[in-house]
Design a protein around this ligand. Structure first.
Ligand code: ATP
Ligand code: MG
Length: 307
């Protein structure tokens, strides 16, 4: 049984029988309440019309849109299960398919929690150095009113979408950001066509050669990120996915502007040290840079220290 709790399915199209089966499944999660009314008009419970046209072009992923992405207005989104419940968000597996056709794709829907359902310790330190134009919004967020909390959730979704769009354009290995709509971010699903998600790096046990190959895949994008003046901000073996030997960075709402954030250098060092420690603990050696030298190398790339 795959991690999301649904039976493996060997094809990407959801036919009527499968949809009926999925509808009956008691583990199946519900689409968000705010989408419930007209978005589901005339559809079976748990389905909604594709939200693609509800996101304006600026809140859709970089063009050209990938061929695999279903952009047809007649498409229906079907929730297929939950991938992960986190502190700040829940990630669901969603199928987007045009009924009666072969057009379908799998998406990961990351839904940020608002109101009382999440913790906010990290918000203020990360939001430092970010511009929020309306000071009324700033006050609401600082006061942690219900409206302020909802705004923070929306901002995190927008921040992650913006970061992923920038990094995707720069050619970095991140899931393609499909669209953002309020507190929901839709991403390219990283995993198998049957809905089995790619494991996090932390869940893998690479042999020495694979470990080296993963390190060699990690360092160049981290250097590019540093050259762009950015740090991931929460880099760890839990925020990297490994799909068929390919490493992808995820979970980027807190991407840090190394220069604008007064603690930018600290975040960069912490990211480097965290991930280097994971590789070093698994015996990685004889590479360039060595794990212990990653932080210094990234500081040079970021222009924080001389080569
Ligand atoms: N695009 C994706 N494709 C497949 N799985 C994904 C994708 N995005 C996220 N996931 C899964 O959902 C998990 C949580 O995602 P993410 O790390 O972005 O959210 P989070 O709320 O910060 O979670 P956490 O609190 O555990 O760090 C990931 O570890 C991964 O297993
Ligand atoms: Mg995470």
């Amino acid at each position: 049984m795959p991690a999301h709790g649904y039976p493996r399915r060997g094809k990407r199209r959801f036919d009527d029988d499968e949809l009926t089966f999925l509808r009956r499944d008691r583990h199946r999660a519900r689409l968000p309440a705010e989408d419930a009314a007209d978005a589901t008009d005339g559809l079976p419970e748990g389905d909604r019309w594709s939200t693609w046209d509800q996101s304006p072009p600026t809140q859709r992923g970089p063009r050209p849109y990938p061929d695999w992405l279903v952009t047809e207005l007649a498409a229906v989104d079907t929730e297929l299960g939950i991938l992960k419940t986190g502190k700040e968000a829940e990630v669901f597996l969603v199928g987007r398919a045009v009924p009666e056709t072969q057009r379908s794709c799998l998406l990961a829907a990351k839904r940020y929690r608002n109101a009382e359902h999440r913790t906010f310790q990290r918000d203020s330190q990360y939001l430092e150095g970010r511009k929020v134009r309306a000071s009324r919004d700033n006050r609401a967020m600082a006061g942690r009113t219900a409206a302020g909390r909802a705004m923070i959730a929306t901002q995190w979704a927008a921040a992650e979408f913006a970061a992923l769009s920038q990094l995707s354009r720069a050619g970095l290995p991140v899931p393609y950001p499909v669209q953002v709509l309020g507190t929901e971010l839709l991403l390219e699903f990283i995993g198998d066509p049957d809905g089995t998600p790619a494991p996090r790096l932390a869940e893998t046990r690479p042999d020495p050669a694979s470990l080296m190959a993963l390190w060699d895949q990690l360092v160049p994008p981290l250097c590019t990120l540093a050259r762009l003046g950015l740090a991931h901000g929460d880099l760890s073996a839990f925020n990297l996915l490994v799909h068929r030997g390919r490493l992808l960075m995820i979970d980027m709402p807190q991407v840090v502007d190394i220069i604008a954030n007064p603690r930018g250098g600290e975040f960069l060092d912490r990211d480097a040290t965290n991930i280097a420690r994971w590789f070093a603990a698994r015996g990685l050696a004889g590479c360039d840079p060595e794990p212990a030298g990653l932080a210094a190398a990234l500081r040079v790339e970021a222009g924080l220290s001389a080569a």
